[in-house]
Design a protein. Structure first.
Length: 315
């Protein structure tokens, strides 16, 4: 079973607005409210692929109950630790020919007792876990190196982790002795990590960046490039993934859908090419849907066949 961790979940609210008017009233006829946070998007897509998955993390208040109710309605297993404060909202305004403006609440602040309470739930879940994904930000109150602790606890049980986070939480993990199996920075996040400007049109410079000592011990690095696909490093092998041009409906959650596809493929011990193609396919499928963190599996094979994975020479 794949266990997904979401330490700052949300209700994701999507407002499609043809032309966003500042300092004025904007009316919307269609609203999507989804159990969200990056890890829950991952959960939903793995479930839609037919994978065995369980969601964990923290939830609180009425919005926390809405998250659990939505997962129950979709027959998705979950085991959250309840906290006192309310789970947050995350709002995405989709406007003006695929522009996207996000309004993200910071979310609850957890107590030290709640931190340790979640760790107890997490350790119990590890006994039935084959692969772990950790996605998104930490709620306030968690120490910045909390993901380091989770990855170490999982590794002690022989469980690999796919990590999709950024900023200080990612830096702390990369400084640690126990590394995740996979990280998925986008180009901006990678540039920030290495304090250098990277360009998708300079794959050789990207390859050099991925050989930085900061990433030593990380088996997979998947650098997503939006419409340009991805550059992938697996151990000493490099790949370029190219995706077809599509009419984007809603890009929110596509990175999470990519992690879901990668996790699903890795849990099945698929080849490098199949793993990369699966991750790219689920990411593209999400962008074709209005609902965040959702794919239409009927279109999977057609798109999968359009993904191209080519080998780049090792350095």
């Amino acid at each position: 079973m794949i266990v997904t961790v979401t330490m700052n979940p949300s209700i994701d609210i999507s407002y499609p607005i043809k032309n966003l008017k500042l300092n004025d009233i904007n009316r919307v006829s269609q609203v999507s409210k989804t159990a969200g946070g990056k890890g829950l998007n991952v959960t939903r897509v793995i479930h839609e692929l037919g994978g065995s998955v369980k969601a964990t993390g923290i939830v609180g208040g009425h919005l926390g109950n809405q998250i659990k109710d939505q997962l129950d309605s979709a027959s998705i297993e979950h085991d959250f630790y309840p906290i006192l404060q309310e789970t947050r909202n995350s709002i995405a305004l989709l406007h003006d020919d695929h522009s996207q403006t996000e309004i993200l609440e910071s979310g609850p602040t957890v107590t030290e007792t709640e931190v340790e309470g979640f760790v107890e739930v997490f350790q119990r879940l590890l006994s039935k876990t084959n692969l772990l994904t950790i996605s998104g930000s930490l709620a306030k109150g968690f120490p910045v190196d909390f993901y380091v602790r989770l990855i170490m606890l999982a590794k002690e049980k022989g469980i690999d982790t796919l990590l999709d986070t950024s900023g200080e939480a990612l830096k702390e993990v990369l400084k640690g002795k126990t590394k995740p199996k996979l990280i998925k920075p986008n180009l901006t996040e990678l540039s920030d990590l290495l304090q250098t400007q990277l360009d998708s049109k300079q794959p050789e410079k990207l390859k050099q960046a991925l050989n930085h000592s900061l990433f030593k011990g990380v088996e997979w690095i998947v650098v997503t490039l939006g419409g340009d696909g991805a550059i992938v490093k697996h151990n000493d092998l490099f790949y370029r993934a190219t995706i077809p041009k599509i009419n984007v409906v809603n890009p929110v959650g596509s990175g999470d859908a990519t992690i879901a596809g990668l996790a699903y493929a890795l849990s099945r011990y698929d080849s490098d090419e199949k793993t990369i193609k699966t991750g790219m396919t689920t990411g593209v499928l999400n962008a074709l849907e209005s609902m965040t963190g959702h794919i239409n599996t009927d279109d999977f094979q057609k798109l999968y066949n359009q993904i191209e994975v080519s080998s780049l020479c090792t350095l």
